[in-house]
Ligand binder design. Structure first.
Ligand SMILES: [Zn+2]
Length: 292
């Protein structure tokens, strides 16, 4: 009896230690050197049931359905109150977020994810390539990783693979695996409609290069060059009416929309701008391959 009791106590102690160890994993968000990342921006309706609820540059998207809402990306750790206020300013309930998605698991898009999941109880769905970094808060990231997490780790409810569909309240989002920037960077393709027409929307994760290292010198990501080549090729083939991205600056939000502007989905119908961006990224990739 005593032995059993002692065993139970020691088991309890090891669980407590484990819990302490997990909570002791420090989260150190890199210093924010870009004031536009944390600058507020008035939320607005992009097209149909799709809304912009991010900061000035860290794009966050809300898709509203009768069965609850989908939030894509969160900004920095301290962005949560701003995103909540933006959602409420549009007349929606923060607690109605049912699904959380992410385009690339870096701290500038994942920073507030754990907090928002805690506040809403929403399900986190992540590209399987980013499952590792999401679980350790970015410690194992090939370019920005290290001994400390750069964001609070998030528990994953569903792993997503290329072409999978995310369904909620009549909406269907297709996830497109676009690795390179992170191992599980991804884009989302879906249709929204308003009184006049429907729009095919692409929320693109642009394959920018984050590492200073030569691609051949990254043993934790041996397929990096192959992944970038695949992603650039796949992104060139996409067709859509509206495109948006993980950073507002990437799709030139500030020149397409001014705070207070009337509803105007046409402002974001810019295939030319998208093609130019992808071609530019393709050049950067080819230049990177030539680095010695
Ligand atoms: Zn990033």
């Amino acid at each position: 009896m005593l032995v059993k009791k002692l065993k139970t106590i020691s088991l309890l102690i090891s669980f407590l230690c484990l819990g302490f160890w997990a909570s002791a994993q420090k989260v150190v968000q890199p210093a924010n050197t870009n004031p536009e990342w944390s600058k507020p921006y008035p939320p607005f309706r992009i097209a149909g049931n799709l809304y912009y609820v991010g900061t000035y540059d860290l794009a966050c998207y809300l898709i509203v359905t009768p069965q609850g809402n989908i939030l894509i990306n969160t900004g920095l750790a301290d962005s949560a109150p701003m995103i909540k206020a933006n959602i409420e300013a549009l007349g929606f309930k923060f607690a109605d977020i049912k699904i959380l998605l992410n385009t690339q698991a870096h701290y500038d898009h994942m920073g507030a994810m754990a907090a928002i999941k805690r506040m809403t109880g929403a399900k986190m769905m992540i590209d399987e390539g980013d499952a590792g970094v999401v679980t350790d808060g970015g410690r194992s990231d090939y370019s920005t990783g290290g001994n400390e997490s750069t964001y609070a780790p998030v528990q994953i409810d569903r792993l997503l693979h290329n072409g999978d569909t995310i369904k909620l309240g009549g909406m269907q989002l297709v996830i497109l695996h676009h690795p390179g920037h992170t191992k599980g960077s991804c884009s989302f393709l879906f249709d929204v409609r308003d009184n006049t027409r429907s729009y095919r929307v692409l929320i693109a994760n642009m394959p920018t290069i984050v590492t200073d290292k030569n691609f051949a010198d990254i043993p934790t990501y041996p397929n990096i060059a192959k992944d970038y080549a695949y992603t650039l090729g796949a992104m060139k083939k996409l067709s859509f009416d509206i495109w948006l991205a993980s950073h507002a600056s990437q799709f030139d939000l500030q020149s397409k929309h001014k705070p207070g502007d009337n509803y105007n989905p046409a402002a974001f119908m810019d295939k030319k701008g998208y093609d130019a961006e992808i071609n530019d990224l393709q050049d950067q990739f080819l230049k990177k391959l030539k680095e010695k």
